[in-house]
Design a protein around this ligand. Sequence first.
Ligand SMILES: N[C@@H](CCC(=O)N[C@@H](CS)C(=O)NCC(=O)O)C(=O)O
Length: 203
Amino acid sequence: MTITVYHAKNTRSMRVLWVLEELGVKAEIRSLAFPPSKRQPDYLTVNPTGTVPAMVDGPTVLTESMAICDYLAARHGPSLLVGADDPARTDFVQWLWYGESTLMTPLSRIATVSRLGRKGADIDAVLDDARGNAGVRLTALERRLEGRDFLVAGRLTLADISAGYPLHLVGLFGLDHLLGPRSAAYRDRLRARPAYQRAISVE
Ligand SMILES: N[C@@H](CCC(=O)N[C@@H](CS)C(=O)NCC(=O)O)C(=O)O
């Protein structure tokens, strides 16, 4: 059965494409105009939230990027996961959430405000606050990476793929000055992966 992934460039669907590439799993990628809820309203029949990514695999429909990554990793090779009996499991869950919740919150705000293209003091205040917030939150990453190449378990896991997307946005938004040296080197390591490069280049 064909796996279908709904994608838009520079969105969280890059995590799913990245996992597919790391695992060597083929899928049909349907690229959408962004934001789909406004530009491709027919997509709401697939994902009523209107967000990307979404994945359809037979009867299974998932609309959360990390749930899709977990689904794919569990079915096509456990190497990106950390099992329940592994001592690194607790940290794995913590860093999975850090990427999608703690880091994404201020970066989503920047993405939305920038996309609306409005100007003015209030907009600047929101952007300044979000940038400051992202900078503080990134210090946790910098601390975590002391003596580590990856966030947990000494290897690439979904925790890195979760954090890799907001780190991509940091670059897109011209906020690299917010990264400490360990975080910048970590992002370079992620970016150097052929699977990452293939995923990020999908239009
Ligand atoms: N927690 C969801 C968030 C999905 C999400 O908000 N995606 C953004 C792109 S990164 C989106 O589609 N926004 C368009 C909209 O909200 O209409 C996930 O991880 O998949």
